[in-house]
Design a protein around this ligand. Structure first.
Ligand code: ITT
Ligand code: NA
Length: 198
């Protein structure tokens, strides 16, 4: 069995390949379908953007499509970068530049005020049917500097108290066990056989 994930993010694609492998499902992403259009994320919430991405690609392909909209919400920055997480430091979507921007904005903010959380909304769209969504949230703190090289995005500066490490210092299975995406996937898991069949 195969499922299409409407993402161009290599970090997400890698995580979904591993998460869906646990259900015996192979993942295709927009990286495998370069001719499909780029979906402009005009929504104000993760949920709106996830639905927009999933429904647009489901319409184009006529198939069941799952999309992920996710991001980091930092309390000391009034919830930013939030839905703008991917392009916080500019349209080129540089993880490196985004991290530098967050660290600069948090300069002088003490450890106990650096609380943050990752959000993930997964939308499952099928042509002609109502789109379903599930959500996962992962609490943590923003470190003073980067630590670790695993994962993607803001993982090097997201400290997970459960492991006393940053997300970028965790093995993939460890990250999945606590991450926003892992939690959302486990909620989706109970719906998967019904959705995908078998
Ligand atoms: P697609 O829309 O093609 O899926 P995108 O990168 O534009 O890719 P989003 O709009 O959902 O996706 O932005 C999510 C951003 O939030 C992502 O680029 C990372 O910077 C960050 N992010 C999401 N999940 C993350 C994770 O597990 N670890 C670290 N950063 C994450
Ligand atoms: Na987004």
């Amino acid at each position: 069995k195969t499922v299409i994930i409407a993402t161009k993010n290599k970090g997400k694609a890698k995580e979904f390949s591993s998460l869906f492998a646990d259900y015996g499902i192979e993942v295709k992403t927009l990286l495998d379908y370069p001719l499909l259009p780029d979906v402009e994320e005009t929504g104000k919430t993760f949920e709106e953007n996830a639905i927009l991405k999933a429904e647009t690609i489901a319409e184009k392909t006529g198939k069941l499509v799952i999309a992920d909209d996710s991001g980091l919400s930092i309390d000391a920055l009034d919830g930013r970068p939030g839905v703008y997480s991917a392009r916080y430091a500019g349209a080129e979507k540089s993880d490196e530049a985004n991290i530098e921007k967050v660290l600069a904005e948090l300069k002088g903010v003490p450890a106990d005020k650096r609380t943050a959380r990752f959000h993930c909304v997964l939308a499952v769209a099928r042509p002609g049917e109502k789109t379903a969504t599930v959500t996962g949230v992962c609490e943590g703190k923003i470190t003073l500097a980067k630590q670790g090289t695993n994962g993607f995005g803001y993982d090097p500066i997201f400290f997970a108290e459960e492991f006393n490490k940053t997300m970028a210092e965790l093995k993939p299975e460890e990250k999945h066990s606590i991450s926003h995406r892992g939690q959302a996937m486990r909620k989706l898991g109970s719906m998967l056989s019904e959705l995908i069949g078998g």
